[in-house]
Design a protein around this ligand. Structure first.
Ligand code: FE
Length: 342
């Protein structure tokens, strides 16, 4: 057999692959857990630049994961956009993603914010911070996550459920840094210090500090920045009464997490999906994406214009790869359960 037919077959196969993307309809189906005003500009600018129309399904993270599970191989979704390493890991374990192949993403997004197997990329990051009552505590009283579990803060700590992804990821980082035994001791100490049974979201914990129900709380940075940017008198009062600590500045650095996205395994428009993720890494999209939720852009050369974040100053970030947090969530949940952190 001559080599010619083999070459012809290879060429035909390559051509089919190349045209598979080229022949995609100019449509992208996006399942997103985000819903911010600036997202309108984010999406319309992508459509302007590429001619690709975006169909959006917006719902909560858990709802989107349920929906994708139900839809299976028939899902119209091209891209899933959700928050927190714990949830991205969950989506990955469900086999929802296909690896993205993009030199541009590899170049623009720092390795620690990407899944090493290419399932997802982070596009903005947020920090898990300590918010304290300025009338009762000083920053030096609560410099670390570990300090929240110490005997001095008995009955003074507010925090949301231990099963919530934000806390599972934080526990995941403590498992990585301290080992599972010390992470368990931390969770036990934290639960022993609770001012009340966990309820509500991060904003509710900040409000409880301002209301005097607890002296200190854990919250994601964007919730605090949102209060700082608010013109409502009740928010101004909360901002005046409370302070923020970047935890673990003398140690591992403050725990950060991401908003991230990946391409679905059964995406009808994988070429458009890749273009969309690459667009999210552009300077312009990075600013909209991070700005819409008072987060920071993952692309280090992109500057944010956010007075609230600027007022909080800079901080040392825990360099732990985000993918490590996801992998530790199963262990983290066991620790939270054993501690009775409901
Ligand atoms: Fe949140």
């Amino acid at each position: 057999m001559s080599r010619l037919p083999i070459l012809a077959t290879a060429l035909a196969a390559a051509f089919t692959l190349a045209t598979a993307h080229a022949a995609e309809e100019p449509v992208l189906n996006l399942y997103s857990a985000r819903h911010y005003q600036t997202d309108e500009a984010l999406y319309s600018n992508f459509t302007k630049a590429t001619g690709i129309k975006i169909n959006r399904i917006e719902a909560g993270d858990e709802q989107l994961l349920e929906r994708l599970k139900t839809e299976g191989a028939n899902s119209p979704a091209d891209v899933l956009l959700i928050v927190d390493a714990a949830r991205l890991w969950q989506a990955q374990q469900l086999g929802l993603f296909q690896p993205v192949k993009s030199e541009l993403l590899a170049k623009r997004i720092p390795t620690k914010f990407r899944d090493p197997d290419g399932n997802w990329d982070g596009f903005s990051y947020r920090a898990r911070v300590i918010v304290y009552d300025k009338a009762k505590l000083k920053p030096a009283d609560v410099p670390t996550y570990e300090s929240l579990a110490g005997p001095k803060l008995k009955g003074q700590v507010c925090v949301r459920s231990g099963s919530h992804p934000y806390n599972l990821s934080l526990l995941g980082s403590l498992i990585a840094h301290l080992g599972p035994e010390k992470a368990q001791a931390w969770a036990n100490g934290l639960v022993a210090n609770l001012a009340r049974a966990p309820k509500g979201g991060d904003t509710d914990q900040i409000k409880a500090v301002a209301a005097g129900e607890c002296s200190v709380a854990l919250a994601n940075s964007y919730y605090y920045a949102r209060i700082l940017r608010s013109s409502k008198p009740e928010d101004k009062e909360i901002a005046a009464k409370t302070g923020l600590v970047w935890p673990d500045q003398a140690g591992a650095g403050t725990h950060v997490n991401i908003s991230g996205a990946g391409i679905m395994k059964h995406a009808p428009h994988p070429g458009n999906a890749t273009k969309f993720l690459e667009y999210l890494a552009s300077d312009e999209a990075q600013r909209y994406f991070a700005g819409g939720n008072n987060e920071w852009p993952v692309v280090p050369t992109v500057a944010v214009d956010n007075p609230a974040l600027a007022a909080l100053g800079t901080f040392k970030i825990d360099p732990l790869p985000i993918a490590t947090l996801g992998k530790n969530t199963v262990e983290a949940q066991k620790i939270a359960d054993r501690a009775g952190w409901k």
